[in-house]
Design a protein around this ligand. Structure first.
Ligand SMILES: [Zn+2]
Ligand SMILES: [Zn+2]
Length: 272
């Protein structure tokens, strides 16, 4: 028998872990209530679980989110793939025209080549080749420089948007997961919040703005917002948030129903 240390309550040191009888129980799993010792205690987001529950998708929901999108193409990747096909077609047409008619000159040749190279990088991006993630950022920068030389400052102004878009793709969490890049838990949390946190409340909130313009939408946005508000539970695992959006959705939907109701009544009364 080991002697009791003053830091441990007697009950805790007398109880033995069911999986490891040689070890004292340190506590109970927050999900299933099983006792754990120092061997099978797992801490996730500040709560202690047994090692079985710690791997459950509801408990480590950020890890489950990461695995769900790991290596999967996001909307940006599909858009880049589509853009690559257009670039390849444009490049091929420009170069073919140059070979047959020889009327485009150096500018046409340069545009054709950059379109082909840009399209090639886009295809590599769609396939998921690691170099293409950074290379894609250089495609619009290089075409910006070229169009600046050919068409002047006006063209540079128009070409700045692709630069901003490719940089935001580079920093996008879902896109990083497609390329199997490591993502911080904070970034996972933000992406999870955007795609999985109380989507009914989010839909109700967005629809409630539409309801201000189109009265018939108001009952739908009101229903979504009420369902969303009932689901809010910040202490659940995973937590369900968006309480503010749900309340705002209910208020805006109610304003729409009252406003459109009055408007309709007034119009009706005048007609009678
Ligand atoms: Zn458990
Ligand atoms: Zn144990």
């Amino acid at each position: 028998m080991e002697s009791l240390s003053p830091a441990q309550p007697p009950a805790a040191s007398e109880a033995r872990c069911p999986a490891h009888p040689q070890k004292a129980v340190l506590g109970a799993c927050a999900r299933c209530g099983t006792f754990f010792c120092e061997y099978d205690r797992e801490t996730v987001d500040g709560k202690d679980y047994c090692d079985t529950c710690a791997e459950h998708p509801d408990v480590d929901y950020l890890e489950a989110f990461r695995l769900k999108y790991w290596g999967k193409r996001d909307a940006w990747t599909w858009l880049v793939g589509l853009g690559a096909l257009i670039n390849l077609a444009v490049g091929a047409i420009l170069l073919a025209n140059e070979l047959v008619n020889k009327d485009l000159g150096n500018a046409g040749l340069l545009l054709g080549l950059t379109s082909l190279v840009g399209g090639g990088v886009g295809v590599c991006f769609w396939v998921g080749m690691p170099f293409a993630r950074l290379a894609l950022c250089f495609v619009p920068i290089i075409s910006l420089i070229i169009s600046g030389f050919i068409a002047g400052a006006e063209a540079v102004g128009r070409s700045i948007w692709p630069v901003i878009i490719t940089l935001s793709i580079y920093n996008n969490t879902r896109n990083k997961l497609f390329f199997k890049e490591e993502v911080s838990r904070e970034a996972l949390q933000k992406a999870w919040h955007l795609f999985h946190n109380n989507t009914v409340a989010r839909a109700g909130f967005m629809l409630s703005f539409l309801a201000l313009l189109i009265g018939f939408v108001a009952p739908i946005s009101l229903l979504c917002s009420i369902i969303g508000l009932r689901r809010v539970n910040p202490t659940a695992t995973p937590p369900v948030g968006r309480k503010g959006q749900a309340i705002a959705g209910i208020v805006l939907s109610s304003v729409s129903i009252v406003g459109w109701g009055l408007f309709w009544a007034v119009v009706k009364l005048k007609l009678i």
